[in-house]
Design a protein around this ligand. Structure first.
Ligand code: PAF
Length: 280
């Protein structure tokens, strides 16, 4: 496994590879867990060369405190990557990527960026679009892998490559969960014992909402989820929405043809957890 910190040396190494070697790319912000490893595993069945980036992208954080508290564990991450099928790690500094000017470009994602996470984290998807586009330009992967836990991000990245004609195939991968159902996230390590014990309540509630989707109206299910969280002393609901996966707009009533998912964001103290579930 080779580790690069500079764009130039990474690009030189990638150019020296056979042109026919397909490159699978997994962009991450580090603090790697089994969910990331499952993306790498899937990528290695479909590509010859696996590239993983580790970069805590400052321009996608709407709160300075969240950026400061985001876990940074490069040495552990590299040790973990050495145990799996990873050929190349790219771990640049902020300056290497942003050249002293860590500002996001502005993107039009046809309105996907204004829903849910975009509503609650201003500028977040401009930051994500900026860094993912930059990485695609540097790495030039054939396929790139993203988890469905960040389902809105996945849809936005598909829109990004479509609108900017970037020649990469975007592969969405199923949410990887702990045994008790909690969606794997780099933020989970920050949970206190009490918060960690309570956190599976998020997925449990989503599963019940899915059951209710067969019988109840959207507004009844949303109200029910809100009530469930009102009774919970540890977790604070930021939003629960049922959205059509095409435009990610919060749906008011069900249409037979549409595909819906339930999306949730919850605070455990100041740690923000998101999750989602397919409803039909
Ligand atoms: O999902 C993430 O970890 C980040 O948003 C990504 C895609 C690596 C961009 O910084």
């Amino acid at each position: 496994m080779k580790v690069f910190y500079k764009n130039k040396s990474l690009q030189e190494s990638l150019t020296n590879l056979k042109r026919s070697a397909s490159i699978g790319f997994i962009p991450t912000m580090g603090a790697l867990h089994k969910g990331h490893l499952s993306l790498i595993k899937k990528a290695s069945t479909e590509n010859k060369i696996i590239v993983v980036s580790i970069f805590v992208n400052p321009t996608q954080f709407d709160k300075k405190e969240d950026l400061i508290n985001y876990p940074k564990t490069l040495e552990n991450d590299l040790a973990l990557l050495r145990t799996v099928n990873c050929d190349i790690v790219f771990a640049p500094t902020v300056d290497e990527i942003y050249n002293g000017n860590a500002i996001a470009s502005h993107f039009d994602f046809d309105g996907l960026e204004f829903q849910m996470e975009g509503k609650h984290r201003k500028g977040h998807f401009d930051g994500v679009g900026t860094i993912v586009k930059r990485f695609f330009e540097i790495v030039k992967p054939h396929k790139a892998y993203f988890g469905e836990k960040d389902f809105q991000q996945l849809q936005i990245i598909k829109k990004l490559v479509d609108k900017h004609n970037i020649p990469v195939q975007i592969i969405g991968c199923k949410i990887f969960r702990e045994d008790d159902g909690l969606a794997m996230s780099s933020r989970n390590v920050r949970l206190t014992k009490v918060q960690r014990k309570e956190a599976p309540f998020i997925h449990k509630t989503l599963k019940k909402a899915k059951e209710k989707f067969k019988e109840y109206s959207i507004s009844e299910i949303v109200k029910w989820v809100e009530n469930e969280f009102e009774k919970n002393d540890v977790l604070n609901l930021e939003y629960f929405e049922i959205s059509n996966i095409k435009n990610l707009k919060s749906a008011k009533r069900k249409s037979k043809k549409a595909i819906y998912r339930g999306f949730i964001a919850v605070f455990a103290g100041n740690i923000r957890l998101i999750d989602n579930i397919a409803l039909n």
